[in-house]
Structures are given as structure tokens and as C-alpha cells.
Design a binder for this molecule. Structure first.
Ligand SMILES: [Zn+2]
Length: 322
């Protein structure tokens, strides 16, 4: 039975997309970490990713949709290039459910005078809560715009947790406690993973509310199994990053997690914040590779279909829905 024929019920859990809440059962294959729009503000150091060609983003999302992609988490928060008005237009025109984030990225992606970094923990928490419950800053400040609410909280860990802004981490934890939103933590190649989980636990946020990003860059199966058993959602995205040797690291890691019966703790993504890696603009595999190439290869390698479906959407959607 196609999922769309299941009648919606008022108790059905929903995910907050930029076009409003959508019942989980209406969403299919989901990319757990990507970028479809980044327009860095003036003053950001050169070298930051730029994705500000609307037609290219739309074409790329249409390819994703045609290949069977249903939803995508966009990982650019407020103040470092997000524009939720554009995310709304892209979602409407592509048919892809886009889920925006609040929270914060690495310091280097903001102009030196960015107000976010001067906020107190309380004020930052208020901002994150407002973006989740009422709407993102750019859609709230515009009179005619329909507010686009954020669907999760991003927190970016610098090279270590100690080098990261503690007040913003506290704000993320407190906003998650207040709203029930998932916290997705950017890690630098998995650094401080154990300490991050410990930090949030001390702040009253159980591991089941956390997703650790780019953690396959630290492909230690023992660590992954320990984090998964604690309830953390592990996001893997190095499929097309030769420098991380996906054949020797990512694929064996996936197999080890499958053998340990832990596919329910993995969320897959391609994180292609680079036009040259898109199919519509470069020679890249593009966003469509997740529903096509990667999905096919998982099945070919003998991963059970239920586990594949879980890694390609269900696991992250369940956490987003709280
Ligand atoms: Zn990213």
C-alpha cells in the first residue's frame, strides 16, 4: 500500500518542514545532511562554501526527487548564509520536503562582527526556540512571508569541545529541552564525540535526542557500537570523499554495524556543499546519488531492505518527530 493512502490521523507524528508540518508516514527517502542554499554574508573569510545559484539548486533537487528522494535536512543555520524564503520556494517548486535548522555553525563561517557570538546563553536559547516554534528570522522579519519554522538544532563542535562556544552549546541543549527538537552536532572528523554526548547528557538531553554528523570520518566500530547502543544517531556521509577512503573505511563500518544489528542508529547523507559535486552543475554524483547509486549498492551488498529504509530516512525522521 503506498504510504500516501494511509489516512492522516491527528496523533500521527509530524516533521517540521519549511512549508509546515508533514506527517512522518508521508515522507520517504531522506538525506540526513545536505546543503541546497548558502549565500555567505559579507565579511565571511574566503573559502566558505557558496551555493547561491537558484536554478542550479532547483535542478539538483528535481533530480533528487525524480530518483526517489523525498526529503532533505538543510544544515545552514541563521547568520551564515541560510535563507529560508528561498528554501520555501525550492521546496514548493521541487516537491522535496526541506527541513531547515536553527543553531550555529563553525565560527569561521560568520563575519567577525556576527551578533550571534555575543549573545548570552539565554538570549541564544530564545533565538533557537523562536526559530523552532514561530519561524526563522528571515521569514519572521518579512511582513508578507509565511513563517518557515526550523525543524532541528545544529550545534558545531570546533576541533575539540573545549575550543567550542560553551554558551551556544548550553543554548542548544536548553532549546532542545524546551521544544523537543533533535540536536545535530557537526563534528570535526568525529573529534570529542564521547564528550559531546556526555555534555548533553549532563545538560539533561538524553543521547536519543542527538545526531552526530560526519562521524564516519572516525571509523572505529567499537566507538560506533557504543554510541549506537547508548541511543545516538550516527550520520555517515563520506561516500564520495576519496580522501576518507570509503571503500576501506565507510563500507566495512556499515557492514560491522549491520552485523551488530545497529542499522537503526545510522542516518545516511551525501553532504555535497560543492557545486562541482552536483550533477546539474559539475561532474559530481549529485544529490540524486543517495536514492539511486547508494541505495542500489546497499541492497546489492546484501543489507536487508528494512535496514536500508531505516538508514535512508526512517531513523532520522523518527528523531525529528521527537
Ligand atoms: Zn554540512
Amino acid at each position: 500500500m503506498p504510504s500516501s493512502s494511509i489516512p492522516p490521523s491527528s496523533s500521527s507524528p509530524t516533521v517540521t518542514t519549511v512549508l509546515g508540518p508533514v506527517p512522518v508516514h508521508r515522507i520517504g527517502l531522506t538525506d540526513a545532511h545536505n546543503h541546497v542554499w548558502i549565500n555567505p554574508p559579507a565579511g565571511v573569510a574566503p573559502g566558505a562554501p557558496v551555493l547561491n545559484d537558484y536554478e542550479a539548486s532547483l535542478r539538483e533537487l528535481l533530480l533528487f526527487h525524480q530518483a526517489g528522494g523525498s526529503a532533505l535536512l538543510d544544515f545552514q543555520p541563521y547568520g551564515c548564509g541560510r535563507d529560508a524564503r528561498i528554501l520555501q520556494k525550492l521546496a514548493r517548486e521541487s516537491g522535496v520536503h526541506l527541513i531547515a535548522c536553527t543553531g550555529f555553525h563553525l565560527r569561521k563561517y560568520y563575519p567577525p562582527e556576527s551578533p550571534l557570538w555575543e549573545l548570552s546563553a539565554g538570549a541564544a536559547c530564545d533565538l533557537f526556540v523562536r526559530e523552532i516554534t514561530r519561524g526563522t528570522e528571515e521569514t519572521l522579519s518579512e511582513k508578507d512571508a509565511t513563517p518557515a519554522q526550523a525543524g532541528f538544532i545544529k550545534a558545531a563542535c570546533e576541533a575539540t569541545l573545549e575550543a567550542s562556544p560553551r554558551h551556544l552549546f548550553e543554548a542548544a541543549a536548553s532549546a532542545a529541552r524546551q521544544t523537543g527538537a533533535m540536536v545535530a552536532v557537526h563534528t570535526e572528523k568525529g573529534a570529542s564525540a564521547e564528550r559531546i554526548v556526555d555534555f548533553f547528557q549532563r545538560q539533561g538531553l538524553p543521547p536519543g535526542r542527538l545526531m552526530l554528523c560526519h562521524i564516519d570520518k572516525r571509523p572505529d566500530p567499537g566507538l560506533h557500537q557504543e554510541l549506537a547502543r547508548a541511543g545516538v544517531l550516527l550520520e555517515y556521509d563520506t561516500f564520495f570523499r576519496p580522501q576518507y577512503h570509503p571503500e576501506e573505511r565507510l563500507w566495512p563500518l556499515l557492514e560491522a554495524m549491520g552485523k551488530a544489528d545497529l542499522l537503526g542508529s545510522i542516518a545516511l547523507a551525501t553532504d555535497l556543499a560543492d557545486l562541482s559535486m552536483w550533477a546539474s552543475t559539475g561532474k559530481g554524483p549529485g544529490l540524486a546519488s543517495l536514492p539511486s547509486l547508494i541505495r542500489a549498492r546497499l541492497l546489492q551488498r546484501g543489507f536487508n531492505p528494512a535496514g536500508v529504509q531505516a538508514m535512508l530516512g526512517e531513523n532520522v525522521l523518527q528523531r525529528l518527530a521527537g
